[in-house]
Every structure is written in structure tokens, then in C-alpha cells.
Design a protein around this ligand. Sequence first.
Ligand code: ZN
Length: 453
Amino acid sequence: MELTFLGATGTVTGSKYLLKTDTKHILVDCGLFQGLKQLRLKNWSKLPINPAKIDAVVLTHAHIDHSGYLPLLVKNGFSGKVYCSEGTADLCKIMLPDSAHLQEEEAEYANRRGFSKHHPALPLYTKEDAENALALLTPVSFEQDVDLGGGLTLRLSPSGHILGSAFVRIHSQKTSILFSGDIGRTNDILMKPPVRIKQADYLLIESTYGNRLHQNDDPKAKLATIINRTVKRKGVVVIPVFAVGRAQELLYYIHLLKTSGAIAEDIPVYLNSPMAVDATEIFNLYHGEHRLNAEQCRALFRTAHMVNSIEQSKALNELKGPMIILSASGMASGGRVVHHLKAFAPKSNNTILFVGFQAAGTRGAAMLDGAESIKIHGEYIPVRASVELISNLSAHADYAEILDWLSGFEAPPKKTFIVHGEPVAADSMRRHIQEKLHWQVEVPEYLETVRLD
Ligand SMILES: [Zn+2]
């Protein structure tokens, strides 16, 4: 076997790994690059492999940095099966058309305002491309062997990151490889912990938090403090969230805070992301994967006013605080939350609260860095609101949690590849594994190819 790293090297986005045998080409994950401009431009340059020659795709989970390139792959000639868990398939059905919609909207906006260098600006892909990709989804159950042909077998195991997220194991008679995808937390309030894996000859491990530990303090208490402080100022708490995963977790925390009296019961909460609303409904269908029962799911859903139409979304910007708005995207790189930032970031009584990893180059990273203004739709918007972060709400394991998960292996893999981390984080994860476990570890480079014997 041969493995080529086509993304998520030196960055947390663009996950794509090509596994090649004499007869089969399997692409594991098919993600979009996000964040820094030079990364985003990679989405537009020709893929170094011919999509028509790929036999199958396997997805670890539905987040766009792992699935969002699929419509383009299909547009450019891929026509095989896309294996994924049932939860991932259901989530992709809302996420890929939404991603296409954002691409189309961005192109349309650029054309209307004339700030693109390209005339006309075209979307990376369209809703029709996304629909064509969805037709190839082939959901498979967890912990079932799936024959990929050419002597290769696939098995998915729950990784506890979001609904449907999986460790992807592919093995032949001679060797096996495990792709971690994104690894969840041991004690997540919503998701069950990642399954322990005992064996793999080769391992790809994510390193988003390879150089960081999540604080041990209770995120609920910090959330209450931030909300109460802002409410006192009659301000608005804007929370950029990933529509899938963090939105549901935040709603559940807010529900707990309201019922315990830690925050006032009558503070209006809005979930302004049709995709998050849909994802919350899908959450109800997969009780096996998360910790909430049907009643808790209903309570979570009732916590917020669900905002669907554009008119309702715009009307929120005219409302006075106190109120809480949850809106996507989680790194404020696009979506409806950007319009809320335009409306609420300039006022000092408001709070912008980040609850997940902010990749380099995103507005989220800039604001956490103390940027006095951010650029939105070609316009500089002053940031006078408080900017806060609760990192403990992240859906990614930190390095200690990853080391603990790795300790479940009965024998060291022949080689472990560190991916899905910014350079400092990936290198730090490498050192932690070498020092603690004495494994053979490597941080691969973009387009590097390695042989797996
Ligand atoms: Zn993810």
C-alpha cells in the first residue's frame, strides 16, 4: 500500500488521504481547505490526482473540512461509492447543499458588490453538484466489515466527535491502517466517548490540540458568568457555533443553566441556522450515539427560538438585548453569524463568545487575538464588544486525552503520522507521543507519499 497526504498537513482543514494498492485507489476524507487565503486557494487548484481514477471515498465524519470537497470531486469525474456511517450520511444531506449554497451566495455577493477580481465570480460548486455527490453516499453500520474489493476491508468505529463520526480502519491481508478523523472527548456532555482501538499497523492521528490542554474548570459556570455579565449590560451574546455538534451542546448547557436558575429563565435564545435546526432534529434519531434521552432532546430543542427565514434572521439585528444568539459558522468565516457580528461587534455592551477551535486566518482567530476591527464583505467593522473563549467546550480531545486514547493500543503501530494540526500543534503532538509512548512518529508534508508494508 501507498499513502499520499493531500490535505490536513500543517493545517486543520482540507483532510484528504489517498490510499493506493495495485488495484484500488481509496480516498479517505474529502474536505475543503478553510481559513488562510493561501489554503482556500488550494480548493481552486487542480487536484494532484484524477478524480475519475478513484474507486471509492470513505468519510470519517460530516464536518465540511472532511466532506466539503466531495461535490467538486464528483463534478470533476469521481463516480464511485462514498462510504460513511448512517449519521454522517444524514448530516451530509444538510451540510453539502448548505456548503454549495454558501459558495453560490459568496459568488453572487462578490458579483453584486464588484469586489472580486474575477468577472463573473463563479461558485466552487453548485447545489446541483452537491446533490450529485449525495447520490453516491453509501451508509454502513458501525463495527461491520465492508468489502471494498481488491482484498481491502473497511470498518468504522464511533469516535465520539460528532454524530456519526468514525475511526476508519482499512486492512488488507498484509497490513492495516487506522484514520482517526477528529477524536472526541472522554467526558463530553453530549457524545459518548471514543471507542478504544487495540491494533493498527499504521495510524493517522489528529493534533488540533496537540500543544494544548483544555482547562479543567466547569464550562457551565463560565458560560453562566459570561451570560449574566452581558445581560446586566442589556447586551447581546453572539455565539458563533458549528451547526453540527457545538450548537446542540450549547443549547443543552443553556437549558441546564436556565432550569438550575444560574441564568434567568426568560432570556430569549435564538438558534439562527437552518442547518443547526435540522441537525438538532437528526440528533433525535441517533440515541445510540449520544447521552441524551428523548425528553432531554425535546428540552434541548425547546430552549431556543428556531430562526429559519432570512427575514427573521435580519430582524434579529434590530432587536435589543438582553438575548443570546447562536449562529453558524463556528469560526465566523461565513454564514449568518457574520451579519450578526456586523450588527453587534461594534457595541461594547455585547459579547462575542467563541466555543471551539479557531483556525489561523479566520475572523474568529483574529478576534481572539485582539483585532480592533474585522473585515466583513469588504468593509472594516470595529470590534468593541467583549470577546470571550470557552475552550473546554471543544469537540476535540486535547493532547492528554489523545495520549490516553493511544494507551489503549496493545502494541505500537509500525508508524504513526500526525495530521490535522497547525505546525506547532502537530510537532508538539509528535514530541508528546515520542516521550510518553516511544512510538515511531512522523509529521508528513503536503503531497508526501509513504509506503506501508
Ligand atoms: Zn470535525
